[in-house]
Design a protein around this ligand. Sequence first.
Ligand code: MIG
Length: 667
Amino acid sequence: MNNGGICDILKTIYTVAMTSSDTEKGRTMSETNIIRYRYGNPIKTDATVIDIPVTQGDPSGWTVSTADRTMTRTMSPDTIVYGLGETVRGINKRGWLYTSYNADDPHHEEGKHSLYASQNLLILDDIKSCCGLFVDDPGRVNFDIGYTDIDTLTISFEDMDADIYVMTGKTPDEIVTAFRRLTGSSYIPPKWAFGYGQSRWGYKSDDDIREVARRYAELNIPIDMIYMDIDYMDNYKVFTLDPERFPDLPGFVSEMKSQGIHVIPNTDPGVKIEPGYDIYEEGLEKGYYCKKKDGEELTAAVWPGKVHFPDFLNSEARKWFGDKYRIMTDADIDGFWNDMNEPAIFYTEETLSRVYAGLDELRSTEMDIWGFFKFKELLDSIDNNPEDYRRFYHDMDGTLVNHNRVHNLYSFNMTRAAGEAFARNNPGQEILLFSRASYTGAHRYGGVWTGDNMSWWSHLLLNIKQMPSLNMTGFLYSGADTGGFGADTTEDLMMRWVEFSMFTPLFRNHSALGTREQELYRFKRTDDFRHLIELRYALIPYIYGEFVRAARNDGMYIRPMAFVYRDNERFRSIEDQLMVGDSIMIAPVYEQNAVGRYVYLAEDMRMIRFRSFDDYDEEVLKAGDHYVPVALNEVLIFIRPGHRLPLAKPALRVGDIDFEDLTYIEG
Ligand code: MIG
């Protein structure tokens, strides 16, 4: 055991005064301690919103070696390590090596170390006390959480230029709130963004989108959003539209709005190099693109072909790109998803030359087994190559910085470009915004989706485990591609996934080009799907209310059970039951052909087995273990004693839900 807790406050403490707005819950958060340490010469990331003076020395309990660029501490066997936001594996991050380096990698497998997002927050929960650690370093950072040595936590840096913030508190909730006070409150999207959304990479024209709306209407399935993926653009040029496939954007947007549907376009950062394309020329003339050492613009290839990357880390370039969203908002578009902003690189000429040279060399000799592996390795090294990320620079308002050092800031500043522009150009208007890649700070401007998952049962479980971690790091408006993006989904997977996603703030069905079509009307049991989506809409007053409360109180909307039942041993290792808001627990089914599941309760709870908003049975279950049958079309909600669940009458659009006309199920 650690004597007396993980982070004894031995040093001079900077106390951030806090008053709890959450008096209703009686959370005793009167003050939180945040201490800042500094190593090297950190980049100003703008991840934080309050300025805390630097404390000399090293964080208590940690051994810091600037020569090795590491910080290390031991973990007692019962310490849980939470955090890191959207990444692989469980809610408890112990037992693996995680790397913060945003990556466009559609293989979200257990053996990976990074996904699209980097949130360098750890929460060490030692029951009696908790300690949070935020590593503000936007370059590559490794978190070895009991991987090399099962009892040791080691953070290692590529360049040890980092601000380290240590937060102490009695509970993980207190650390989460302190972290949010440090980094700013979470983005709140418009209410309609809590509706259901349909997307697919492959909708090519306004008619394709009309057809989706029509088929949902035909089945009376509620829907508020239909997404436009990259095919709407003219040759993938950002902020353009294909004139034949989308001849009249404002007309189309208003036609869809008259049906109560928002169309949400995809936005990519790379600007196509094409003389005559005004955005390209403007950016070039003003010098707003990322440059190589020799001062020439970096050229990379992504969907549009050869592009330059806007330098979002430069405030003028950020403003310039942000203002371009007006092209869309002037057409009354009020929602965006920012994609490819790790930034993803398919190839550069430099990398291609290296690969060709390697291939030529191989061609000149007779292929043997080792040559064959070399050959494959060369081909695999083309996209998202680390050398390409070292090739270019940012002009951070006068300071030239190599991209690799600030890699994880790129998407943050693309999201910020949009968010700041909306505040400037569309004051008072609520605009939906979410991104694929992220870093701490972006949560103030938008949400995230978890990228290119697969239509796999294991990815439904991964989604369940990612949600509380994302919430800890402030990304409250988040969700996964429901039904799975890559690979072919099945009707039962879609149904089980809908039964989980109906609780996530971002609820979007999205899939990849070439995979099985998975709009809900493609399946057989459309009545069941309608009932489930109606149940989501009936729950929106609860979901939206709890979300906004979490955002305003710098708390969480989806929490691990152990955050709530602090003195319960069992919940310290249960990761497939979650608290949604303060009043309900969910226990999703995530295994194919399962007809039920085990559920553990720490107190007596009322279990509602919903088939639809007005067709359910209920039963009070005693504290303890239960096997609960859950048919394919059923959803379980457990209400905490003393709490109640409001239900609205569902409507086809969020805007038509009567938030006043509620019925309540008592816990
Ligand atoms: O290289 O726009 O994650 O949601 O459908 C793929 C096409 C680019 C990746 C996104 C995905 C989107 C796809 N995009």
